[in-house]
Design a protein around this ligand. Sequence first.
Ligand code: FAD
Length: 305
Amino acid sequence: MLRSVILAAARSARVERLVETAPLSREVVRRFVAGTDTSDALRVTRELADAGLAVTLDNLGEDTVTPEQAQATREEYERLLAVLAEAQLTPMAEVSVKLSALGQRFDEKLAYDHARAICVAASAAGTTVTLDMEDHTTTDSTLETLTRLREEFPATGAVLQAYLRRTEDDCRALAVAGSRVRLCKGAYKEPETVAYQSPLDVDLAYVRCMNILMSGPGYPMLATHDPRLVAIGEDRAKWFERSADSFEFQMLYGVRDVEQRRLVEQGYLVRTYVPYGTEWYGYMMRRLAERPANVALFLRALTSR
Ligand code: FAD
């Protein structure tokens, strides 16, 4: 019910205008989205860097349906990477890329070519790219693209979603030397056939996946705001005697800022995921609709630090 209402609102230009002009929603969006253009991304990256945080930047947009949109997304990432390098914010700032924003849904080869061009730009800027993971229909294609990109750019990061039943196997396959893997719970509404449905099952799967990654020779990136999972991550780091530069925590911009800084003070590497761009309305509404728990994530972030 809640999902249908949010999805209807996401499609309504009238609601979009209302939301975009309402002072409160601007406040809310500003809390979770860095701004609309490259200079906003740069400003927020600098602020976070000054606070000792690493950053991964996401140029918003995932409903790419034309080659022109895909090309524009690639060019924005190339511009961003050049600006970050110029401002000496690399390598602490890297980029996160959604293949769907590069045309994956209508032309996988085109998406690969654009992703490769972004990796070339990242490499020239002295930093890395992580491929975000989207719904389960794209997992195989995204992992295949990752494998190809890693032949040339071995530090390209993967994302694995603990809620998918296949993910423990994917963790085993990717827990190899030099392999950067972001582990998250998963943000999309997925069917029971492919994904655990109860929060407890997802948490247990997250811990099993974390054990595989943290005990292996790769570079795990633990993306969660869940205090219990963060504590287990800290515990596993000690148990497996991982040095501070052999793994990292990741959280979203605007969510649990105080916890992000606490972890930095404890000596951990923490990376903040910073979305920016003009397409914030669709991004936030879809995130909320895909998974009603995301409503709670944003509401909690507004009422707590
Ligand atoms: P939740 O299940 O949302 O919350 C668990 C517990 O954490 C809560 O009960 C509460 O105790 C605590 N908590 C959560 N939020 C707050 C808060 N604001 N304040 C206080 N306590 C809080 N998903 C994808 O599908 N693909 C991706 O590529 C992807 N990339 C991501 C990158 C990063 C850096 C992060 C952080 C998330 C990413 N996600 C991605 C989203 C992820 O899959 C989850 O949907 C999202 O992080 C919510 O799950 P959670 O682990 O944070 O915990």
